[in-house]
Design a protein around this ligand. Structure first.
Ligand code: SF4
Length: 332
């Protein structure tokens, strides 16, 4: 057992934060010692969450036709991809997604729309109305991922009963121009600050495997820590044909487990969610994501790709001796 990892992990369990240098040391762990890191990440997860796993599901409520140029995204009009484009779905479809979410033991359903922002659009008003009515009727929180928001939008989301928004920083500030040039990193940070100020909880993480360095991963983690976000989704690139990121070499499963484990050391008590790309990238070691420290994952389909069967996911969690979280985790 690597005693340096053990010392760092024990300090984390005792409630001390880790430094950038210590996190960097953990990110550089290699070979058999990755298993030591996983052991300790699992211990930190267990210390906070015991055996409880949180699930969430999403609906792609408006898809494609986005004018932005995020290199990894199949929804940008700048790339030739084969995804379906559609305007905001009817309330009925969101309602069906909520029903499916309840069936899959999700404790929230995220309504996700493509594009930079819904500011000033009828779609925003519709989403607020649907979120208000559906969360009241079905008792399941509706979260939104609708691009950048203004102060007014944040207040309206709060009054519509939305308690959390997703808005990913994606990567480090310095690497960001390599994955998107049509809006700035600061736009993303501002949306998080505006949402927090209005009382919304924040789900914000990133995408890995887009050519970023170890330092970019750590810069992202420490920026999210500074912003004090509640949930951190970790997405692992599944290159989509037609996007500039399609040339990226997929990350190795052990590298992905290491990223999850280091994030768990940095965020001992936050919801660490393995989101897009787990099936294609982790393959047979998917169930190891919990041993690497994740306490949360997405269930059901992703935005533009299908997920593993939900029954298989629920079975995987049961087989590991883990249980599901009650539905009101993010309620005040
Ligand atoms: S990630 Fe969002 S903003 Fe970027 S291209 Fe895709 S839909 Fe547009």
């Amino acid at each position: 057992m690597n005693t340096k990892i053990e010392k760092i992990a024990n300090r984390v369990i005792e409630g001390e934060g880790i430094s950038y240098e210590e996190a960097h040391f953990l990110m550089k762990i290699d070979g058999n010692e990755i298993y030591d890191l996983l052991y300790w990440a699992n211990s930190i997860r267990y210390n906070t969450f015991k055996n409880v796993i949180s699930l969430c599901s999403i609906i792609s409520a408006r898809q494609g036709s986005c004018t932005e140029d995020c290199r990894f995204c199949s929804q940008s009009t700048r790339y030739q991809t084969e995804i379906a484009n559609f305007p905001l779905v009817e309330r009925e479809e969101i309602s069906e997604a909520v029903e499916r979410g309840k069936e899959y033991k999700s404790n929230c359903v995220g309504v996700v729309t493509s594009g930079y922002s819904l500011d000033g659009s009828e779609d925003f008003d519709r989403i607020c109305k649907d979120a208000y009515e559906l969360s009241k009727e079905d008792g399941i929180p509706i979260h939104t991922s609708i691009g950048t928001i203004t102060n007014e939008m944040a207040k309206k989301l709060v009054s519509s009963g939305v308690e959390m928004i997703n808005h990913n920083l994606e990567t480090s500030e310095s690497y960001y121009p390599n994955i998107c040039t049509t809006h700035s990193y600061n736009d993303r940070v501002e949306t998080i600050k505006i949402a927090k100020e209005a009382g919304l909880k924040i789900c914000s993480g990133g995408v890995f495997g887009v050519g970023e360095s170890v330092e970019d991963r750590l810069d992202l983690a420490f920026r999210l820590k500074e912003l004090d976000v509640e949930a951190i989704p970790l997405n692992f690139l599944s290159p989509v044909k037609g996007t500039p990121s399609s040339i990226e070499k997929p990350l190795e499963p052990m590298e992905i487990l290491k990223i999850i484990a280091v994030f768990r050391h940095i965020f001992p008590d936050k919801e660490l969610k393995v989101a897009g790309g787990r099936e294609t990238n982790l393959r047979d070691v998917q169930s190891w994501m919990f041993y690497a420290g994740a306490n949360s994952t997405m269930i059901g389909d992703y935005l533009t790709t299908s997920g593993k069967s939900s029954d298989d996911d629920l079975q995987m969690i049961r087989d590991l001796g883990l249980t599901f979280e009650e539905r009101d985790r993010h309620k005040n």
